[in-house]
Design a protein. Structure first.
Length: 256
């Protein structure tokens, strides 16, 4: 019996190699689609975030990189419901507002105008907010970022040229189940939840003009300074400290 052995020539090898490359490209494109999807705001129908026809790829999902560009008839608003995205990019001369409901899981790049109204929730998780525009916070901004709310490139609000305005009704909530630093800043209302330890910043002053809801967390006081500077009566926060006194330095700068 004669045994035949197939030995591919150059042409056959080229065809096989070409097919392998095509399959690899399809696989890589599929992975990009799974982990990230660009979704452009069109805004020809209404300002409703949850109207599919307002988007180039339907209502955003947790894998959507959302882009809001100038020139739309309407700009997006979330009035109710729980919106999600991987990131939201707000271009100059545009706006985005959350008037009710919530947005969670998204990095925010604000080069236009962003508004979080008093009845709305922005859950940043470990994401960040940056840009060159203006972000006005009147509702609850919830962060789980270890480094805290502000002060460096690693905090929730990235130090830079973004104009961040905290209204009198705003609340910055530290909600991680792990350790978090409460950074020095002028807060309206400050809240801690979850079970993680809270490290009070040892540099700068933690100023609170409204309420400081300390939660059931344990606190590391260090060389921190807390100033209560509201215009109406304020309650002293009850801190469960790891050791030592409840406060390192407490300043009451409240005329009422």
């Amino acid at each position: 019996m004669q045994t035949s052995i197939f030995s591919p020539g150059k042409n056959e090898l080229w065809q096989v190699n070409k097919l392998q490359k095509a399959l690899l490209l399809l696989f890589l494109l599929a992975q990009v689609n799974v982990y990230s999807q660009i979704n452009n705001w069109i805004g020809n129908t209404s300002s409703d975030w949850f109207t599919s026809s307002n988007w180039s790829a339907g209502i955003p999902t947790a894998t959507s990189d959302v882009y809001i560009s100038s020139g739309a008839n309407y700009y997006p608003q979330i009035s109710s419901g729980a919106a999600v995205a991987k990131s939201v990019h707000v271009a100059a001369s545009t706006s985005f507002s959350i008037n009710g409901g919530s947005l969670s899981g998204a990095d925010l790049l604000i080069n236009g105008n962003f508004l979080l109204s008093a009845n709305a929730l922005l859950t940043m998780e470990s994401k960040q907010i940056s840009g060159t525009g203006t972000a006005t916070i009147n509702g609850i901004l919830n962060t789980k970022r270890t480094e805290g709310f502000n002060g460096s490139a690693n905090t929730t609000w990235v130090n830079g040229t973004l104009n961040l305005v905290l209204g009198a009704s705003s609340t910055i909530e530290y909600s991680s189940e792990s350790n978090q630093t409460i950074t020095a800043f002028s807060y309206a209302n400050l809240k801690s939840s979850g079970n993680g330890n809270r490290q009070l910043s040892s540099t700068g002053i933690i100023r609170v003009s409204g309420s400081f809801t300390s939660g059931t967390n344990s606190y590391s006081i260090g060389n921190s300074e807390i100033e209560l500077n509201g215009l109406s009566p304020q309650l002293l926060p009850t801190l469960t400290v790891n050791s030592g006194a409840n406060f390192n330095r407490l300043v009451i700068n409240n005329p009422s």
